[in-house]
Design a protein around this ligand. Structure first.
Ligand code: CA
Length: 175
């Protein structure tokens, strides 16, 4: 059985939102579309999404605001921002807000799918194959919770950190 990966699409333009959801569904994912930043943030905080596709230009709460608040509440959340073409300032601001990657509009379907797949792969690493906790030095890493614990201290791990830990453990595991 193929597990569908939940993805949240936050985009106010209906045609683009529908298009994004259709493409993601076609590629075997389970997209949910919302049209405002407020709704996006609420949904993302209530439901664990593997990836949040976040448009910068939203009425009310902007994509940057959503990204900042979402990142603060869920350090491991994978966020892909959609920015307007040529807006370098938008790209930089996006990264400052904690976006993992960005796509500039207009983008091709192939480009979108490639970015999404790369981010999901990076985020899961070996963790999707085996999500049971493992030891890394003195740390006990919990892939499902995306955290590491040592002597009662628990720290959240970003998707990238978790993938790094998981892959270094996987390569050392054979010995
Ligand atoms: Ca928009």
């Amino acid at each position: 059985m193929v597990v569908k990966i939940p993805i949240l699409v936050v985009e106010d333009e209906a045609a683009i939102r529908t298009g994004l959801c259709d493409v993601l569904a076609y590629h075997g994912h389970a997209p949910d579309g919302v049209e405002s930043g407020e709704d996006g943030l609420r949904r993302a905080l209530a439901t664990p999404y593997a990836l949040v596709l976040l448009d910068v230009m939203l009425p009310g709460k902007s994509g940057f605001d959503v990204c900042r608040e979402l990142r603060a509440a869920r350090p491991a959340q994978v966020i892909l921002m959609l920015t307007a073409r040529g807006e370098e300032a938008d790209v930089l601001e996006g990264f400052r807000c904690g976006a993992d990657d960005y796509l500039t509009k207009p983008f091709s379907v192939a480009e979108l799918v490639a970015r999404v797949e790369a981010l999901l792969r990076r985020a899961s690493g070996a963790a999707h194959v085996d999500r049971s906790p493992f030891a890394f030095g003195a740390w006990q890493v919990d892939p499902a919770a995306r955290s590491a614990a040592r002597e009662g201290e628990t720290v959240p791990l970003s998707a990238r950190e978790l993938a790094l830990l998981a892959s270094s453990c996987a390569s050392a595991g054979g010995s």
